[in-house]
Ligand binder design. Structure first.
Ligand code: PLP
Length: 401
């Protein structure tokens, strides 16, 4: 049984302390209510749980292994470092866990049309993948600017049968694509399911996505007890919207001995616009239908962000992370582009594992803060998608010409 993990918050109606909520137009409320009822019914249905378990095993490839990165640990002078290998999941990252869970939920709710938005394209690809498998019609909104930057992912989505709709409004990036997705959903609620890709958005999305990503820590906790004989001393994951981190922390929240650390993208530095370190440098505000930390200027306008990793380049963060930060249960730190790039090379050369640049941020923090105890780090994705970025940042472009 995949239970909704308990968070210390467990507050009424999607509130994590002062964060979360449903800051959406009145017209979106019936859709959110229908979604919550559908989700609760699915979670209580043993047939749904069995089908989810089957797909996680036979389609996604779960459980993903726990690997001891002994040469990496020796190189950085730390105690044992264990990697939770989400890079080995189908499509090469953790995003598929949530896409499969919500795809099945949509099917159970009788919705054959799936709406998604994507910035870097990774969530769009995961959603298009699941839609192909479940025979669902997939519509992905993407800012025109992002479509140009992520042309390969746009092609991937189209190969998978998805319809990618360019968004030309505003800055032609993710936040404009999100507005379009909500607009579509209001007018197509009877047939459509809006599949959000991280622990963000209005209630009940943060809870739904955490529930489907919690499989990461449910497995890792059991695997640690089996292979190490005890719990890790600290669990570390990178934070964009926060889904792989929430999934990595969920089963450890009640283990007081386990230190939890979330690593954000420090980009080029602490100046607004140069990073995506929302919890470290942002302040509370409303984005994407929820109250949480947001990167915003003096007048409350959403700031531009920068990170070498497209998947961390988001001006908000899930409301439960904001709550866990204020409570002090999770420590949030940041790591810059250069350190993440260096950690990419360190893991690649010491273990023959090319990490995505997102978890390379977590690896870099571990390398800079070696700990004698046991470290568990979620390797949220593989780095194949990032080799052009790595080549450009390292002056190796001629190799890919
Ligand atoms: C999208 C992505 C992230 C960031 O998203 P979260 O919701 O914070 O997990 C991290 N790692 C990889 C590999 C990604 O594709």
């Amino acid at each position: 049984m995949i239970n909704a993990p308990t968070s210390p918050s467990a507050a009424a109606r999607g509130r994590f302390g002062p964060y979360g909520g449903q800051y959406v137009p009145e017209t979106n409320m019936p859709a959110l209510e229908e979604l919550e009822a559908g989700f609760r019914a699915a979670m209580a249905d043993e047939a749904f749980q069995a089908e989810l378990r089957r797909l996680l095993k036979t389609y996604v490839g779960r459980p993903t292994p726990l690997f001891e990165a002994a040469r990496f640990a020796a190189r950085i002078g730390a105690g044992p470092v264990w990697l939770k290998r989400e890079d080995l999941a189908h499509t090469g990252a953790h995003k598929i866990n949530n896409a499969v869970g919500q795809g099945l939920l949509a099917q159970r709710m009788g919705k054959r049309r799936i709406i998604a938005e994507t910035g870097a394209g990774q969530h769009g690809v995961a959603t298009a993948t699941v839609c192909a498998m479940l025979d669902q019609h997939c519509v992905v909104y993407m800012g025109e600017e992002d479509m140009q930057r992520q042309a390969v992912n746009v092609y991937r989505m189209r190969l998978l049968g998805a319809e990618v709709r360019p968004v030309t409004a505003g800055t032609r990036t993710l936040k404009d694509a999100i507005s379009e997705a909500f607009r579509d959903w209001v007018t197509t609620i009877d047939s459509s399911y809006y599949l959000i890709g991280s622990v963000v958005g209005p209630h009940p999305y943060p809870e739904i996505v955490r529930t489907f990503q919690a499989v990461i820590s449910q497995e890792a906790r059991m695997q640690a007890l089996e292979s190490i004989g005890r719990l890790p001393d600290r669990v570390i994951a990178c934070v964009g919207g926060g889904s792989n981190a929430m999934g990595s922390f969920a089963a450890f929240l009640d283990d007081a001995s386990v230190e939890l650390i979330g690593v954000e993208a420090g980009g080029r530095g602490p100046t607004l616009g140069d990073n995506a370190a929302t919890l470290e440098t942002g302040r509370p505000g409303i984005l994407h239908g929820a109250h949480s930390y947001v990167l915003q200027d003096q007048r409350g306008q959403i700031a531009n962000t920068h990170s070498i990793s497209a998947g961390l380049d988001y001006p908000g963060v899930g409301p439960e992370h904001a709550f866990l930060k204020d409570r002090g249960r999770v420590r949030y730190v940041s790591v810059g582009d250069a350190e993440a790039l260096d950690a990419f090379f360190q893991l690649t050369r010491s273990e023959g594992i090319m990490p995505a640049l997102e978890p390379a941020h977590a690896l870099a923090w571990v390398a800079a803060h070696p700990h004698p105890g046991i470290t568990l780090l979620t390797l949220s994705g593989r780095g194949d998608k990032d080799i052009h970025t790595v080549a450009t940042a390292s002056g190796h472009q001629e190799y890919l010409a």
